[in-house]
Design a protein around this ligand. Structure first.
Ligand code: ZN
Ligand code: ZN
Length: 596
């Protein structure tokens, strides 16, 4: 999703959002009636504040504004030096003071959530600056390519406009990399290597072709020669950064004094609180994931026992449960669509998902906003086979699309392996997750409560958690007719989400070895070696992010079960879903507070 890219871009400059344990209390309720008049004006003032906050935010963080499609500061690159950090800190302190002048308890529900999201992002920014300090140990934070690519790929700018912006931006590149070098202090080996390869990738954006194109624009001769000078200086700066890192990498490897990629328990808990904004601690979530893994695995054993003789009438079931499950999954996975029918099959499934949701009365779908399934545009290809692209905060007029990449570019072997992964059953689960009633449906509801704050700082764990929640909910409501094969595949899919949490916490807090990590994924979650290796690498280059799917899912599911308990006969699944989604992409813990 575009949204998560934006969150990422913001994450690196501002720090994502997050919170101290809820300081909100319910004891103020009687008081809020007395202060009704005052609170109405508080809400108006708060709306004015948050609108101004965003304007000021973009001015302070031009790169993030560019990602959001704001458009005013696309020609600026911020130099990541002490002066900038000081200025950022002043900005954060000023905004925090303004924010805290409001009494959160007197605000409307929608504004309460906005308040918490702003507060979280400001506090996280302080934490990042004072404590986490990844600007010192993650050299991959420094890369000018994204900003240039963003401008050059824009569909809303003329060629000349783009060249003018590129010309302006180029002047900052040498100072930018000089500041980057000065910041770096005992980085991790993994981030150093990543920074080297990603900065080499910058030359696929700042190409000699670009130089050539520029010489043919309608800009003045003076500007053209300025471009050549700046372009060459920028190239030199990038190359200088790469060779600085290459030397550093050798030194770190030789002396064995690189920083560990494991951040340890204390920082992990803090980062978890900011990124996920969960009502649980990271440790509680880890323990829930352990229980879930055991539960899901035992369900898979039961299904395998039930299905074994149907699929292998002549063969004895292996003693080892894992081996039996793996063999059955492999056998079932050959049931899949033909490669050239992949996109059509997805298109065909959407109406049947809609029909099921309506018949079972699970949630209202807006007939005015049908989902547009399309082949992924060329410029977006290269990643997953299916994704939702939602309009950014400043291009609301755009459609929401379900992008599906056809398998054209793959060899027969690659296509076969991909189709087995997205076999008959998994493909349906993927459509539930991405489209209906997963991401797409959530997005339609979230656009009903429009708030720039929520679209900028929307909670990733809630967004992904909802999509993962709907997979299980649909099956529980009878999607797929309780077919054991469907459940088996679902459990395999769900195990991936569970094991991402176990792996992340295992690596960052418990210090598990690569061997143990691969064993967890391959023998515990039935993954292929290549997938497991890729996941291990990703887990050494991020912290907490891998837990967001599971955390959001677990928290939503637990909340629903608690609501069922509390309301008994009065519990209504559809009402629960609609109410839950009505608050926008807010952290689950705040939705809970507002629904209880
Ligand atoms: Zn096949
Ligand atoms: Zn998703």
């Amino acid at each position: 999703m575009k949204k998560s890219l934006l969150a990422l871009a913001l994450g690196s400059v501002l720090g994502l959002s997050a919170c101290q344990p809820a300081t909100q209390s319910n004891s103020q309720e009687s008081e809020s009636q007395v202060t009704e008049v005052k609170s109405e004006s508080q809400d108006q003032q708060f709306s004015a504040f948050s609108a101004q906050f965003i304007e000021d935010l973009w001015k302070q963080y031009p790169e993030a504004s560019s990602w959001a499609g704001y458009g005013k500061y696309d020609d600026i690159i911020t130099i990541p030096n002490d002066a900038t950090r000081k200025s950022n800190r002043e900005f954060v302190d000023t905004q925090l003071t303004k924010l805290r002048a409001f009494d959160v308890n007197t605000l409307t529900n929608a504004n309460k959530i906005d308040y918490r999201l702003i507060e979280n992002s400001l506090l996280q920014s302080i934490w990042e600056d004072e404590k986490f300090k990844s600007y010192q140990w993650d050299p991959s934070q420094y890369n000018v390519a994204y900003g240039f690519a963003n401008i050059l790929n824009s569909r809303f700018k003329s060629q000349d406009e783009k060249y003018q912006l590129v010309l302006n931006r180029l002047q900052y590149v040498p100072d930018y990399y000089a500041a980057a070098r000065a910041n770096i202090n005992t980085p991790t080996l993994e981030f150093t290597q990543l920074a080297i390869s990603q900065n080499q990738g910058a030359f696929s954006v700042l190409t000699d072709d670009l130089l050539e194109q520029f010489s043919q624009t309608s800009l003045t001769e003076e500007q053209k020669s300025l471009f050549v000078t700046r372009f060459n200086a920028a190239k030199e700066a990038i190359n200088g950064y790469i060779s600085f890192l290459t030397d550093l990498e050798k030194e770190l490897a030789a002396n064995g004094n690189a920083r560990s990629f494991r951040i340890g328990e204390a920082l992990y808990e803090e980062k978890f609180a900011f990124d996920i904004q969960s009502g649980y601690t990271a440790k509680q979530m880890y323990e829930k994931a352990l229980e879930d893994k055991a539960r899901v695995t035992s369900e898979m054993v039961k299904i395998t026992d039930k299905l074994w003789s149907t699929y292998f009438p002549e063969e004895k079931r292996p003693e080892n449960d894992g081996a039996a499950i793996a063999k059955l999954i492999k056998h079932l996975s050959v049931k899949h669509v033909k490669r050239d029918e992949f996109v059509d099959e997805i298109k065909k499934q959407i109406p049947s998902l809609e029909k099921f949701v309506i018949e079972k009365d699970l949630i209202s779908l807006d007939p005015e906003k049908p989902l547009v399934v399309r082949e992924t545009p060329e410029y977006m290809r290269g990643f997953a086979g299916a994704s939702i692209s939602a309009p950014g905060p400043y291009d609301k007029k755009e459609n929401t699309y379900y992008n599906v990449t056809p398998l054209d570019g793959m060899s027969d072997e690659q296509a076969e392996s991909y189709l087995r992964e997205y076999n008959h059953w998994i493909l349906q689960i993927l459509n539930i997750h991405e489209a209906i009633p997963g991401h797409y449906t959530q997005l339609v509801y979230s656009n009903e409560s429009p708030s720039l704050i929520k679209s900028i700082f929307g909670n990733g764990a809630m967004i992904e958690g909802w999509a993962v929640y709907t997979e299980r909910m649909m099956l529980e409501e009878g999607y797929g007719d309780f077919e054991p094969e469907m459940w088996l595949m679902y459990y395999k899919w769900n195990l991936r989400v569970i094991c991402n949490t176990l792996l992340d916490y295992g690596i960052q807090v418990n210090g598990i070895s690569k061997e143990e990590g691969l064993d967890l994924l391959m023998n515990g979650a039935f993954q292929e070696q290549a997938e497991a290796e890729g996941k291990w690498r990703r887990a050494t280059l991020s912290q907490v992010q891998l837990t967001s799917y599971y955390s959001g899912y677990r928290e939503i599911y637990d909340f629903r079960e608690a609501q069922k308990q509390q309301l008994g006969d009065k519990f209504d699944l559809k009402a629960f879903h609609e109410k839950f989604l009505s608050f926008g992409s807010a952290p689950v813990k705040y939705v809970k507070e507002l629904m209880q």
